[in-house]
Design a protein around this ligand. Structure first.
Ligand SMILES: [Zn+2]
Length: 298
């Protein structure tokens, strides 16, 4: 088998690659009552997505953290995101406290198009935030909104990565689409953007943005795993395409809200690495550690 068979095998597998652990740029930790709502949404997945979505790591926070650490993740970005105005600043405060008490979590922030956004993002950046999450589908806002122009500019100047869920997958939103986010990049070409889910399902458009903008990256979140391959498969020549942009791909997983175990994502990545001679172990070290560590400055 290529890659770790189970979560218990990940740490040894990573050591075999010469890594002291994994760096995951896309995991979610949220205040308890927000998380309860997210999980309730996944409980209704048949209605929302047309298929069941059993959350694999549906555990109390302490056990969830322990599970992530036991897998061998040494640093992670716990991403938060609002679905309405007036919520982002509160989430940012929560994310700050979380990172203060959990040293392997980098401080993260989020925002919503609202008049206060520039102020609280500036404060977050000044306080040392290392990563920002933007969820265009859940937030149901246009990333080109005038309230966000200054925010994108600040992030570009700071070189702080923005993990942006702007693709149509797994669900379309009013303002999803890589063509929409391309307009933001055209205005802010220096933005360090990480296209969540590699832009799923618009993989071609995502590669095009990586080619056009030197600071655009792709995260691996849910990409190429059997669950996703059943409805938004990657193109057949995926490994060959990755070979051209190997230093622009970073590990992301959506832990804990995934309907399979963590090792499943790693096996998908390991399979790509094995399928093309230009990838191999150097690709795995870059994706699983070096490139996300560079973006998060850890
Ligand atoms: Zn996510």
């Amino acid at each position: 088998m290529t890659g770790p068979a189970a979560d218990d095998d990940v740490a040894a597998w990573a050591r075999g690659l010469g890594l002291d652990g994994l760096v995951d740029i896309h995991v979610h930790f949220l205040p308890e009552r927000v998380l309860a709502k997210v999980w309730a949404y996944f409980d209704g997945a048949e209605q929302h997505y047309g298929m069941p979505w059993p959350v694999h790591y549906r555990l109390p926070e302490g056990e969830r953290l322990a599970a992530l650490r036991a897998i061998g993740v040494r640093t992670f970005a716990p991403l938060v995101y609002p679905h309405k105005p007036g919520m982002a600043e509160w989430l940012n405060g929560w994310a700050r406290e979380f990172a203060d008490r959990e040293p392997d979590a980098v401080p993260t922030a989020t925002f919503f198009p609202e008049p206060e956004a520039a102020r609280y993002v500036e404060e977050a950046l000044r306080s040392g935030v290392r990563c920002v999450k933007v969820h265009v589908q859940v937030g149901a806002f246009d990333p080109r909104d005038e309230h966000l122009d200054a925010v994108w500019g600040m992030l570009a100047d700071a070189g702080v990565p923005a993990v942006v869920h702007c693709g149509h997958g797994p669900l379309r939103g009013e303002h999803t689409g890589l063509d929409v986010f391309a307009r933001v990049l055209e205005r802010h070409p220096g933005l360090v953007a990480v296209l969540a889910h590699a832009g799923m399902p618009e993989y071609d458009a995502a590669f095009e943005l990586v080619r056009r903008f030197p600071r655009v990256h792709l995260d691996t979140t849910m990409v190429g795993v059997p669950f996703t391959e059943s409805f938004m498969p990657v193109p057949d020549d995926w490994p060959a395409r990755l070979a051209g942009i190997a230093d622009r791909v970073v590990l992301g997983t959506d832990f804990p809200n995934i309907p399979y175990d963590y090792a499943t994502q790693l096996r998908a990545i390991a399979q790509w690495a094995e399928s093309d001679d230009r990838l191999g172990e150097p690709f795995l070290r870059a994706v699983l550690h070096d490139t996300p560590a560079k973006l998060l400055d850890v």
